[in-house]
Design a protein around this ligand. Sequence first.
Ligand SMILES: NC(=O)c1ccc[n+]([C@@H]2O[C@H](COP(=O)([O-])OP(=O)(O)OC[C@H]3O[C@@H](n4cnc5c(N)ncnc54)[C@H](OP(=O)(O)O)[C@@H]3O)[C@@H](O)[C@H]2O)c1
Length: 334
Amino acid sequence: MKAVVYAEYGPPEVLQLKEVEKPTPRANEVLIRIHAASVNFGDIAARNFGNISHREFFMPLPFYLIGGLQFGFRKPKNTILGNEFAGEIEAVGNDVTSFKPGDQVFGYPGPQMRCYAEYRCLPEDGPLGLKPANMSYEEAAAVPYGALMASDLLRKVDIQRGQQVLINGASGGIGSGVLQLAKHFGAEVTGVCGTRRLGFVESLGADKVIDYTKEDFTQNGETYDLIIDVLGKSSFSQCKDSLKEAGKYVMTSFKMRDFVDMLRTSFGGGKKAICAILVAKPEDLVLTKELVEAGQLKAIIDKSFPLEQTADAHRYLESGQRTGNVVVTMQHSG
Ligand SMILES: NC(=O)c1ccc[n+]([C@@H]2O[C@H](COP(=O)([O-])OP(=O)(O)OC[C@H]3O[C@@H](n4cnc5c(N)ncnc54)[C@H](OP(=O)(O)O)[C@@H]3O)[C@@H](O)[C@H]2O)c1
């Protein structure tokens, strides 16, 4: 089968189209013919991992070390990127009961990657579920990461109807999922993003958008029940005055000093800083499918590249030009 392989860390050019062995499903696995895979933050971070020092890494040192053990410190251990996909079941192992050939599925193998390929095997109880019927493969491939991270995050912070929520980084993978799910749970959402993506964030349902290149949300006098900072571009001390009485400031990227804020604010009532470790739960794909089919969760594809042009897709994402989701697609003969 065709796959995009990288043997060393580096710029998009390291991504090369190669012929590799097609996987065979074990008894508990399904073989998926992948039709589309998204290109997102995780792919870019993994492609560059060896060139990032632990200081530049967006999490504390222990997370960098775990990343190194998983991805490889000097060269990639897993040579095929692509952390979310949509496709069709081609074959199932002898023990598989929940899927059958022909089922259309989507999923998020996350750091296990290997979706920039024509085929991938996954255990039937792994990170996959039936694809929303009203989405194309391209759209469905761009949904699971954000939706699963958002489901876990909003569960952890116990989101409530009517809350005022601000998302710093609303146009990205996690932020766009959090925005749409927060709206589903009845929150009023302000999305913060760069100029190019204001329209994208509005079209996802934000009640208000703020362009971080023009306005500092911590200085506009508004207060929120929840401030979610995806990239860790602000800090608890900067945002404290923008939180309501028992408001929560939630970071998905954080450093040791943010942990200290979390410890400091964890006792008693009052405003809290929270460093959130998010876990993708495959069972949340069922809710994701329902929300997509109910029109409450969507993906807006900006650009789609054939698998052979995966390096161009990475270049495009890194250029900052995108206005929505970026995907690669596989052309299967026959
Ligand atoms: N805690 C966990 O368990 C966990 C799990 C997965 C990922 N993460 C973390 O999540 C982050 C990636 O999130 P993602 O996939 O959503 O990334 P992404 O798709 O690259 O999105 C990044 C977002 O940040 C915005 N942004 C960029 N510069 C900004 C600034 N100066 N001020 C405010 N917003 C800014 C971007 O806006 P524009 O594009 O409009 O400029 C975009 O909305 C990583 O740091 C990763 O470590 C954490």
